[in-house]
Design a protein around this ligand. Structure first.
Ligand code: ITT
Ligand code: NA
Length: 215
């Protein structure tokens, strides 16, 4: 059983669809450290979530970056979704000539155990087309101690696409305005979205490790 600590049931539905292992949602709003990168936020979140749950946990920190808006809303995606809403994010993007953007997800696993670091860094800040490297995803570790001392495993995924006028009824969050290969995320089934999405790619890396590792 995997404990997924998140307030977002959409993330859980995707993990359930993807993973063989049963997934339990622990609806705990762990304190999110303000940081410009998802990996730092996810790593700190996983430590806080592990302390709260007292059992192995995963958390997912994700966000949308719009190239013409210098990566906005990025780490503020959740706040911007609440305050502006996706329609207004589309309105802002519409005025620009470049509508390209990326979704990124970092899944962080913490079980309070130490482990050998096997870093395989991925470039999560890159712009341009969706590439083979994006499709592969990445796995790395965060052993930053800063008085906390709990190592965290990080699994990352990115998908590059286009911001469009809202279409589709599926998914959650920014799904209706993010188009990949002619379809918005909201027009895809969960399975179709997982096959190409930032989260699906991060879940693939997580599953590859989780399902083949003795813990
Ligand atoms: P937790 O932190 O409790 O997990 P959250 O929804 O606040 O839930 P984040 O802090 O990671 O999640 O914020 C990510 C924002 O990006 C939030 O507004 C999500 O709705 C949105 N988002 C993340 N993944 C998405 C996806 O696959 N499709 C659409 N929107 C997504
Ligand atoms: Na959050």
């Amino acid at each position: 059983m995997i404990n997924f600590v998140t307030t977002n049931p959409g993330k859980v539905a995707e993990a359930r669809e993807y993973l063989d292992e049963p997934v339990e949602q622990l609806d705990f709003d762990y304190p999110e450290r303000q940081a410009p990168d998802l990996a730092t936020v996810a790593a700190h979140g996983a430590r806080a979530a592990y302390r709260h749950a007292g059992e192995p946990v995963i958390v997912d920190d994700s966000g949308l970056t719009i190239d013409a808006l210098d990566g906005f809303p990025g780490p503020y995606s959740s706040y911007v979704e609440d305050k502006l809403g996706i329609e207004r994010v589309w309105e802002l993007t519409k005025r620009e000539s470049d509508h390209s953007g990326a979704f990124r997800a970092v899944i962080a696993y913490c079980d309070g155990e130490g482990f050998e670091a096997t870093p395989e860094p991925v470039d999560t800040e890159r712009r341009g087309q969706d590439t083979a490297a994006d499709r592969r995803g990445g796995a790395t570790t965060d052993e930053q101690v800063d008085g906390e001392g709990l190592p965290v495993r990080l699994f990352t995924g990115a998908a590059r696409g286009k911001i469009v006028a809202p279409r589709g009824n599926g998914g959650f969050g920014f799904d209706p305005i993010f188009e990949y290969d002619g379809q918005t995320y909201a027009e895809m089934s969960t399975e179709e979205k997982n096959a190409i999405s930032h989260r699906g790619r991060a879940l693939a890396k997580f599953a590859e490790w989780y399902e083949t590792t003795e813990r």
